[in-house]
Design a protein around this ligand. Structure first.
Ligand code: SF4
Length: 248
């Protein structure tokens, strides 16, 4: 499909050149915009086909399912949505989470479920890490919130990213409720470290190229962050944070 799209762009460019148009920057920009629109259209068709071919026992049941307080202007809510936050216990304390799940599927017998979070960007390569040093909490939290909303045990569910674009290679990256149960000690450590840090106002910067590139706070983040972090490598106040970064 991508090759067909590229061919279309080539065809447009050749046709314009034949008709005497000079392909200046502005015209190339228009072609590029059209290429992107065509790519989005091609991705949509492929995504639709994949959904139509998905013949599992589960059916889509909930969309934009929220948990925890939402803004009054948020519009109509899915029947599975709940006002109560997801309360999780870690280190003897309770932490409340809120969020909005793209889609939840379940089977007719309500014996299993699947959470889907759609992504339009690139799928990261390499081994998939469940908690990724505390960077990946969305799927575990969504899985638990969906289990509670449906009244199905978390071990009967999966929670996955679905990269619905050519850029993301239409990959699915799932974690299972069983995996989460097996790793519940790591999960508790991650929650306790992050939420406990927020509670006491301890925000350790953790620069890495990929995360900083898309960070909304680049403008206010200290430009010397790498140097500061390397200087504080042995600071005992950051020991639990550094230990969390080692959790896969
Ligand atoms: S720019 Fe600063 S705040 Fe943002 S991810 Fe990087 S280190 Fe963290």
């Amino acid at each position: 499909m991508a090759r067909k799209v590229d061919k279309n762009v080539d065809a447009i460019a050749t046709n314009l050149a034949r008709r005497g148009f000079v392909l200046d920057t502005a015209r190339l920009a228009v072609i590029e915009e059209r290429r992107k629109a065509t790519q989005v259209e091609a991705d949509l068709v492929r995504w639709y086909d994949m959904e139509a071919d998905d013949e599992g026992a589960m059916r889509p049941g909930g969309f934009e399912v929220s948990f925890g307080p939402t803004r009054a202007s948020a519009g109509p809510r899915d029947a599975c949505s709940r006002d109560e936050a997801l309360d999780l216990r870690a280190g003897g304390r309770t932490f409340a989470f809120q969020g909005r799940i793209d889609r939840i599927d379940w089977d007719d017998a309500r014996s299993s479920f699947r959470v889907i979070d759609y992504k339009t960007g690139s799928a990261y390569g390499g081994k998939y890490l469940v908690f990724d040093g505390g960077r990946a909490l969305q799927l575990p939290i969504y899985l638990l919130a969906a289990a509670r909303a449906l009244g199905i045990a978390p071990e009967r569910g999966v929670s996955e990213y679905f990269f619905v674009s050519t850029k993301g290679n239409f990959k699915r990256k799932p974690i299972s409720g069983q995996q989460l149960d097996d790793l519940h000690q790591d999960f508790e450590t991650v929650i306790e470290t992050i939420a406990g840090g927020v509670e006491i106002g301890m925000f350790a910067p953790s620069p890495d190229q990929q995360t900083c590139r898309y960070c909304d706070y680049q403008d206010v983040c200290d430009v010397r962050k790498e140097r500061i972090m390397s200087r504080k490598r042995a600071d005992p106040r950051g020991s639990s944070f550094r230990a969390m970064r080692e959790i896969p």
